[in-house]
Design a binder for this molecule. Sequence first.
Ligand SMILES: Cc1cc2nc3c(=O)[nH]c(=O)nc-3n(C[C@H](O)[C@H](O)[C@H](O)COP(=O)(O)OP(=O)(O)OC[C@H]3O[C@@H](n4cnc5c(N)ncnc54)[C@H](O)[C@@H]3O)c2cc1C
Length: 485
Amino acid sequence: MSKAVIVGAGPAGMMLAAELKLAGIDVQIVEKRSVGELIESRAGGIHCRTIETFDQRGIAERFLNAGTKAQTARFGGSVLDISDFPTRHPYGLGLWQSHLQPILEEWITELGVWIRYGVEVTGFTQDESGVTIETAEGEKLHSSYLIGADGGRSLIRTMAGIDFPGWAAMRSNLIAEVEISRDAPVGMLQDQSGVHGFTLMENGHSYRVVTTEPALGSRTEPTLEDLRSSLLAAYGSDFGVHNPTSLSRFTDATRQATTYRKDRILLVGDAAHIHYPAGGQGIGLGIQDAVNLGWKLAQVIEGRSPESLLDTYTAERHPVELRALKHSMAQTVLQRNDPRTSALAESLGELMVMDEPRKHIAALIHGLDITYDLGAGHPMVGRRMPDLDLETADGRTRVYTLLHAAKPVLLNFQELNHIDIGKGRTHIQNMSVRLLGDIELPLLGRVTSPGAVLIRPDGYVAWAGEGNEQGLEDALAYWCGQVTK
Ligand SMILES: Cc1cc2nc3c(=O)[nH]c(=O)nc-3n(C[C@H](O)[C@H](O)[C@H](O)COP(=O)(O)OP(=O)(O)OC[C@H]3O[C@@H](n4cnc5c(N)ncnc54)[C@H](O)[C@@H]3O)c2cc1C
């Protein structure tokens, strides 16, 4: 019996599997796609916090080498440059999802994660002792926890009876990979219905095409005829599109699960929240879900933390995602090209050249403004730990290198003064270091250095203080689990 079964080998499912494996948990992924089946080219890139999160696991270079660094945040026609943000990666990355996923898969395979392709989950039952999962082939899998990383139409969410309220679709798009018989204009076009565009693919003869349908499309699978008539409406030509290798429909339906956990069932990524891709935040939100949940679930499975720790997953991620969802709705409105919307975009453009509004919106899109409610205190508490340069007894390092193992880190900036955290907490890296440089946080600027910080495996600061307070002991017990004998 596995400790955790993840349904879906998309970005969120694979990242969660890695987090669990790093924590020593026996995990497997089941994926209904067959081995080598093409992944749709959906996302075209990722933002800063996602790159930072990969950096925290030592894999950022793999993605950076495969893509193109770019200023990826946009709002109503304005490009929001984050070159002046206090991060080692003040940019986003242009990288097709069909290239990003194999890189993630290569990494998790190195970690020893097993993806079982061609296995479709059709149902499950759960009781106090575990979950029994049924597959289309009639197999039964047993697991302590089941995680739905099975995308926006999540069967796991539906079968768990978790509500998915939100806003119904008002706009639909078709996305396809096709060949064309007549020259098409490469690049994006914006009109009254929305956006349309052609991109030449790496093979040099196929095109990725996206088009907003003139009227909300039906819920059935789209046809090549649907694509042709949508292109005809937008461009006055269908460019003789033929030979589709993929064709699907997505909408601006915006919905969020009321809870991300029901007993032994958990949701990550699109299974927990869907939105129109304007803003390009979907992958990043799923990756953040995975790194928020992974170590918590591992501690609960190991019996080091109570099950209630899992409730902090919904409590922390739900508000962050509600904000991102609403932002995507605002972005979607600004994609219309009627005179009134253009006037609004122009007014916003005047604000976006000013530092404060630019930084405010860019931090949201890049995931750099997240502040989990972890209690009052130093401004670093609840925020992402910056990747500071450090001098240690063994030489120079940086904070994100210390997070590669996905274990908690206690950094004591008062060099000589070792902090005693008691015996049995061997999974916590307890280090006395010298801070090289200042601490600067996005939107807040420079902050005074605390004496010490406790960093969770997801890279968020759980506690900051001097090191001799009861608060540290409380934070260690709550976030890092009970001392093992
Ligand atoms: C046109 C478009 C552009 C986008 N652009 C961006 C962008 O630029 N940046 C960005 O960050 N995001 C973007 N997104 C969003 C992004 O693609 C999604 O948010 C992301 O793929 C969600 O990842 P996931 O792992 O949650 O789910 P998915 O990627 O949907 O993966 C779910 C997996 O579960 C499997 N599965 C489903 N049901 C079962 C079952 N019953 N049994 C077994 N396996 C199952 C599926 O086969 C699939 O592999 C875009 C989306 C679209 C449509």
